[in-house]
Write a protein that binds this ligand. Structure first.
Ligand SMILES: [Zn+2]
Length: 463
């Protein structure tokens, strides 16, 4: 990706904010109360855009530790580094909160079309998949285009490898084949599945991701292949050719391992017990370096709190960065946070998740009552100078989900330009070169302003 120097020239609209209305006393009407926040918002935005600190820290994380799958030494080393760096930054109440996580390991793996022509298939085993027998397995492969197609073939799939060739539409629709495809095929006696990658067309790049086995079906190995190879298998089958595929996977699940959610705060000056959470997940898949999914979200959330501290902007309530562990193949971090903070959830006034990449920010998705929505719309207006003033119909995230549900907490997600996200999602190409320093700096600015102002408003959000 093109690398641009960080633009220090502020957009005109932002300068208007900077030199905007003089500071006035906080008032209850949302529009009026925002005037008091123009100056701190401009300071936070200015500090975020002043250098490449966020991008540089993300580069250090991803270059030093690489990918960070739950159970890996890399994740635990990265967690230790984050705790030490947060303390060095002067964040408060920095701690790791213990979470037991699944420990899946990929091992060696390969797939090959052996008939009617030999052709190595670029593949990635799906997370949580079982392996094949040690020598691999070889079987006739049948390409299907949908679960209906699968059901129509029924018992004819016994002993076969099912290849799901379902073109990308959107994540929600297509990911069902990754999650449930193995068990659905096992129900008809299939011995393994291959899956057209769940992602936008790329350059012969496989996308991994978790599957979940149904408790009442045999567990069969599952792997993603590239769009290009899935199309080739489809064309061969359409010409009446019989396909034979060989699959070998060492994948296995080890006993649960110890990990931690990482927490760092700026404590509230009036209501420290009331909390705004800026959340993300620190684990990643075991390919690429988890820069977009979700190292960037974590560094941006952490930087937002660091800037408040650096600028001496201590809000009325606490702003807490939470780097959740094990989102990808277990969600144990999000579940543990809900349980460990159950008594506190009623005092969580907003939970924000950044897990859509740290590309050019557009605003936030928001779920909450109408009064809260009106307030966050006003807060977002402080971000018009960086083009991030939009408040979308709904917002949330996987990690904050359990707490949001249990505590009925208003929730938000940072919305960004998502055009590249599902090209690199869960692939070896999830590396920092896809991220522009100016984009992540703007994400930091958006999170810092939203987090600070909501935490500082005289009235609690939604009341
Ligand atoms: Zn993610």
């Amino acid at each position: 990706m093109r690398r641009v120097a960080l633009a220090l020239v502020l957009p005109a609209a932002m300068l208007a904010v900077w030199h905007g209305s003089p500071k006035v006393g906080a008032q209850s009407a949302p529009a009026a109360s925002m005037a008091a926040y123009r100056e701190p918002a401009a300071r936070l935005i200015g500090a975020a855009l002043a250098d490449t600190a966020a991008w540089t820290r993300l580069a250090e994380l991803t270059d030093t530790f690489g990918h960070r799958l739950a159970g890996s030494k890399a994740l635990e080393d990265a967690i230790g580094w984050a705790l030490a760096e947060m303390r060095r930054d002067g964040l408060e109440n920095v701690r790791g909160e213990k979470v037991m996580v699944p420990h899946w390991v990929r091992g060696r793996e390969s797939a090959e079309l052996v008939s009617p022509v030999r052709h190595p298939l670029v593949m990635l085993g799906l997370g949580n998949s079982v392996g094949t027998p040690p020598d691999g397995l070889e079987a006739e492969a049948v390409v299907v285009g949908s679960f209906d197609d699968l059901a129509a073939r029924g018992e004819a799939l016994k002993g076969k490898i099912v290849v799901y060739n379902v073109p990308w539409t959107n994540y929600g629709e297509t990911v069902r084949y990754r999650s449930a495809g193995a068990s659905r095929a096992a129900a008809y006696g299939a011995v393994a599945i291959l899956l057209r990658s769940v992602g936008q067309p790329g350059l012969r790049t496989p996308h991994t991701g978790a599957l979940s086995y149904a408790p009442d079906q045999p567990q069969i190995p599952a792997a993603a292949i590239t769009n290009e190879d899935a199309d080739r298998l489809q064309r061969l089958q359409d010409r009446g050719q019989k396909l034979v595929v060989r699959l070998a996977m060492d994948a296995r699940m080890l006993p649960d391992a110890e990990s931690a959610n990482v927490i760092g705060e700026i404590a509230g000056r009036e209501h420290p017990e009331e909390v705004v959470v800026l959340g993300c997940h620190f684990d990643s898949w075991d390919v690429g370096t988890g820069a977009t999914d979700d190292g960037g979200g974590c560094i941006a959330s952490w930087e937002a709190v660091r800037l408040m501290k650096k600028l001496g902007l201590r809000p009325r309530r606490t702003v807490r960065a939470v780097l959740f562990t094990n989102e990808e193949n277990g969600l144990r971090g999000g579940l543990a946070y809900r349980d460990q903070h159950a008594a506190e959830l009623a005092n969580h006034i907003l939970m924000v998740e950044t897990d859509g990449g740290v590309f050019r920010p557009l605003g936030f998705g928001f779920s909450g009552n109408d009064a809260a929505r009106a307030t966050v719309k006003s807060v977002a207006s402080l971000l018009s100078g960086i083009g991030a003033a939009r408040i979308g119909a709904s917002g949330g995230g996987a990690d904050i989900g359990p707490s949001v549900q249990a505590g009925k907490v208003p929730s938000m997600s940072l919305d960004v330009d998502g055009s590249l996200y599902f090209t690199i999602h869960h692939t070896p190409a999830d590396t920092i070169d896809k991220i522009e320093p100016t984009d992540i700096a703007r994400c930091v600015a958006a999170l810092a302003v939203m987090g600070y102002v909501v935490a500082d408003l005289p009235a609690r959000l939604g009341q």
